[in-house]
Design a protein around this ligand. Structure first.
Ligand code: ADP
Length: 895
């Protein structure tokens, strides 16, 4: 076989076709339920090897050639995590499964109260953080193509590298779309892909081992020889930079947990928690094997390759230079495998996030969510996944173009690591610390992200691409402490360590402080408890016996939130609608949606959704947990509404007490006034009766005329007294409501006629003005009482109208179901401040010569109230004016 470029392309395509077949077969087997072997710990462990990308395959040798053993840190971190943090991984996997987590963004957002904003934010960081990494794969595949092409004398000069990169990106996008979005799985599992990347893991390991064996035994002449060469090489003298070692080990450990693609294979694609146990030793072993020959290849490569060759390509160029074309081809396939497996999984993971957290919410929002249950949603999801994959790879290509494709592979990889490592505080805090809050996660992520972008991502494009050299040396706008490589004026730290140190410090600090200062929502707390105590909650057998059993649980929960009556009514109604007897309907999607809406009114949409979803999904929360939350909420709501009701009641009682007190005071004052008035009113006639009767009794010498006069006075006073007593009696009867009304039908003009003649107004010099035509109104009322009111008003005009030629206008107006009768005289009227007062008992406007005890208008008011009407003073009429209002007779009003 020759290293012909055409052959190379053919081999590539053949290899891809083979992988596709593997994936296809695996999926078929899984679909038929015969895929038990797919779920072996070995496959799981091999799938984890996507951690080792083209960076590892090509870059590690380059790294070693440049920086000695430092490349080991990249393996040290994951190894430490796998061995030392096994329990954290197990927790992540358990949470991932019980909460049906689909991505790292989903996990973080679920933990912090299903925050959409947080999900979008994490997704964006993940996309931005992974972009350099994808660029790295493009770069290495492109470079490997170029290396082979250079060694191929039959091929013409290779056209622009960029074109190759573009083709590779497009090819990978196509490949990923074919692989990753063939169908949709509710749990986002991709058995076929996992199987394919497991195969790729074997290929890349074998390829690297083969090159290593060739180098050690074929070129170098054995183990002893090789070790001697290593000792003699510059590699052996590299000094270990402690800060960089610590920083990079931490970084690779963090990235191992937070890289979206690692999360995808480790958590999302995990079938069985127990696989972790195998992986915890098998994966470090894999890492050891794959890094075994890195140093020999680097050392030998530096020796045999001409000065200035790219050490990142030694794995490929060393066999090529020795004419080992077959080995070179295998090596190429190993690199190709590393790159493709990483890109495929990363693109799938990112596409899931972008589609779930950005594209779908927007689409559902735009379309009003109408297609939620219909089948076409699946098409939309698949389409949005495919689009997202294309976009993600497009970004990778763009980064490759922008960064010029010249940077060392390792450097690019580390930029990526540092970006996604920003998830670490929110992720670990979320699963280990119940007090962690959404605000804390947001603050921490934002701070870390901003520092990462400024100190690492933007500078990674190179000088003067995004950040000018002046900014590096003097800071933006001359602010020295903002220099990207010397934040806060602290200089001399390795840029990588510098960025990681500051970003993680601010991220973790901000996260902790903001979490302590903010208050979590109930859903956040629920989720927090679920995540942190995942081992207490899950693992119990979930025996959901079927629809009705779930309905019963839903009913129990609904009763606690809605109250028994409402919940029972809701359930019974739904059951009836489904044609079932009793109170328990089938939990159909319709009913669940309805129930959620009902519950949402009490506990909020998110909580309602979580509660119903968790009962139905039977996922994590035990019914007891849910009930505890429901109880708590119900109690809190009940308590607060009881408190509110109590305080309202207290306020009402206080108001009533105050009013009653005021009234009592008033009544007491009135009673005193009334008593003194009565005694005064009674005493005056009594005094004169007594005086004149004494004169009559003692005065024997009185002439008959005087006798008659005195007797007349006594008689008048007695009549006045009687009238007063009559009025008082009348008033008291009216006020106590003991009056018997004599309702009759009559015409208003007759009543007025009667009142006019009874009051004797026609003879008393008072001119009356009437419009008899308007008075033809039929009334159903106590006509005698009504005329008593009229008589009083006419008599008052007679008594108090002080005009030279007194006149009284009686104006009637009927309409709107009532009749008004106005009595307007042309006197000086009643002053404003007395206008309401005159209706009170014993109220008289001033000391009048004529006039009664001030009971007349009070009686009128009482009578009108009994007749369902009213009497009021009518101001602004150029004289005293009283308006009597009466309801119109029913049959007339009805006409
Ligand atoms: P009285 O028995 O004194 O007439 P009323 O209750 O009928 O008592 O009237 C109360 C007071 O209202 C009278 O004392 C008088 O001062 C005033 N008043 C009533 N009608 C008129 C009127 N037409 N013009 C002026 N003052 C009036």
């Amino acid at each position: 076989m020759t290293a012909n470029l055409n052959v190379l392309v053919a081999v590539c395509l053949g290899y891809v076709a083979f992988l596709f077949l593997v994936a296809f077969a695996a999926e078929r087997a899984a679909a038929r339920g015969r895929g038990g072997w797919l779920r072996s710990p070995l496959v799981y462990t091999l799938s984890l090897s996507i951690y080792c990308t083209a960076w590892t395959f090509y870059g590690a040798v380059g790294y070693a050639a440049r920086s000695g053993l430092e490349y080991l840190t990249i393996y040290l971190g994951p190894t430490l995590v796998m061995i030392g943090w096994w329990w954290t991984l197990r927790k992540l996997v358990r949470i991932g499964r019980t909460q049906r987590v689909t991505s790292v963004a989903d996990l973080i957002s679920s933990r912090y109260g299903k925050s959409t904003f947080l999900a979008v934010f994490v997704t964006l960081i993940a996309v931005i953080g992974t972009t350099p990494y994808i660029a790295l794969q493009l770069q290495s595949v492109t470079a490997s193509f170029a290396s082979i092409a250079q060694a191929d004398p039959t091929a013409g000069p290779l056209d622009d590298n960029r074109n190759i990169a573009l083709w590779v990106a497009a090819g990978l996008a196509f490949f990923t779309i074919l692989f990753g979005t063939r169908n949709l799985d509710a749990n986002e599992r991709h058995h076929g892909v996992v199987m394919a990347i497991a195969v790729e893991a074997v290929v890349k390991l074998l390829a690297l081992l083969a090159v290593g064996v060739f180098v050690v035994w074929g070129l170098s002449g054995g183990v002893g020889e090789t070790l001697a060469r290593i000792d003699a090489s510059a590699l052996g003298q590299w000094e270990v930079d402690g800060a960089r070692w610590a920083g990079l080990t931490f970084l690779s450990a963090a990235a191992f947990l937070t890289l979206p693609r690692m999360f995808q294979v480790m958590v999302v694609e995990n079938d069985d928690e127990r696989h972790l146990r195998t992986a915890s030793w098998a994966f470090p072993l894999y890492l050891m094997l794959i890094s075994l020959f890195v140093v020999p290849i680097a050392v030998v490569g530096l020796e045999v390759m001409p000065q200035g060759s790219n050490p990142d390509q030694f794995v490929l160029t060393v066999p090529l230079s020795q004419g080992q074309n077959g080995l070179a081809m295998l090596s190429f396939l190993g690199g190709f495998s590393s790159a493709t497996s990483m890109v495929i999984v990363a693109a799938i993971a990112l596409a899931t996030m972008v589609s779930n957290h950005i594209v779908m919410p927007i689409w559902l929002h735009l379309t009003g969510g109408g297609a939620v249950i219909s089948g076409d949603l699946r098409t939309v999801v698949i389409l949005s996944r495919r689009l997202s994959i294309a976009v993600v790879l497009g970004f990778g290509y763009l980064y490759y173009r922008l960064s010029g494709g010249g940077a060392a592979l390792a450097a690019i990889g580390l930029v990526s690591f540092a970006g996604v490592a920003q998830f670490l505080p929110a992720l670990l805090g979320g699963i280990l610390w119940r007090g962690a809050t959404r605000v804390g996660a947001l603050v921490g992520l934002s701070l870390g992200f901003v520092i990462w972008v400024w100190c690492l991502l933007l500078p990674s494009f190179g000088l003067d691409v995004v950040i000018s050299e002046a900014v590096f040396t003097q800071g933006p706008w001359g602010i020295g402490w903002l220099r990207p490589y010397a934040l806060f004026g602290i200089e001399g730290i390795d840029p990588m360590v510098h960025a990681v140190l500051w970003s993680m410090l601010f991220n973790a600090g901000g996260f902790t402080v903001a979490s302590l200062l903010s208050f979590p929502t109930p859903l956040e707390r629920l989720q927090g408890a679920q995540f942190v105590n995942v081992f207490d909650h899950s693992g119990r057998p979930q025996n959901w016996a079927g629809g009705i059993a779930q309905s019963e649980d839903l009913m129990v929960m609904a009763q606690r939130i809605l109250g028994p009556a409402q919940a029972q009514a809701l359930f019974q109604e739904a059951a009836q609608a489904q044609g079932l007897a009793g109170y328990l309907p089938e939990p159909t999607p319709d009913f669940l949606a309805r129930l959620e809406r009902e519950l949402a009114g009490s506990v909020g949409a998110a909580t309602a959704h979580a509660m119903v979803g968790q009962i139905m999904g039977a996922a994590t929360v035990s019914v007891e947990d849910l009930l505890a939350v429901a109880d708590e909420t119900a109690q809190m709501m009940e308590y607060s509404s009881t408190l509110e009701a109590k305080s309202n009641e207290l306020a009402r009682t206080a108001r009533q007490l105050r009013a009653a007190n005021e009234k009592l005071t008033q009544l007491s004052v009135q009673k005193d006034a009334f008593l003194s008035q009565i005694s005064h009113e009674l005493r005056t006639p009594m005094t004169s009766i007594r005086a004149f009767s004494e004169i009559l009794r003692d005065g024997a010498g009185l002439d008959p005329a005087a006798q008659a006069k005195y007797a007349g006075i006594i008689h008048d006073e007695a009549i006045r007294l009687t009238r007063l007593l009559d009025d008082l009696l009348d008033l008291s009867v009216l006020e106590n409501g003991q009056v018997n009304l004599n309702i009759r039908s009559g015409v208003l003009s007759d009543v007025i006629d009667l009142a006019v003649s009874a009051s004797g107004a026609e003879h008393g010099g008072l001119r009356l003005r009437r419009d008899r035509a308007r008075e033809d109104v039929r009334l159903d009322t106590d006509l005698d009482r009504l005329s008593q009111v009229f008589i009083n008003l006419i008599a008052n005009a007679q008594k108090y109208c002080d005009a030279a030629r007194p006149e009284l206008t009686i104006a009637v107006r009927a309409g709107g179901g009532q009749v008004t009768v106005d009595f307007i005289d042309n006197g000086s009227g009643i002053p404003h401040e007395s206008q309401t007062m005159v209706f009170e008992k014993f109220s008289r406007v001033s000391d009048q010569k004529a006039g009664g005890a001030g009971l007349g208008l009070a009686i009128c008011r009482e009578i009108m109230a009994r007749l369902d009407g009213s009497i009021a003073y009518l101001p602004g009429q150029n004289g005293a004016a009283f308006r009597v209002t009466l309801p119109m007779a029913q049959r007339i009003a009805a006409q």
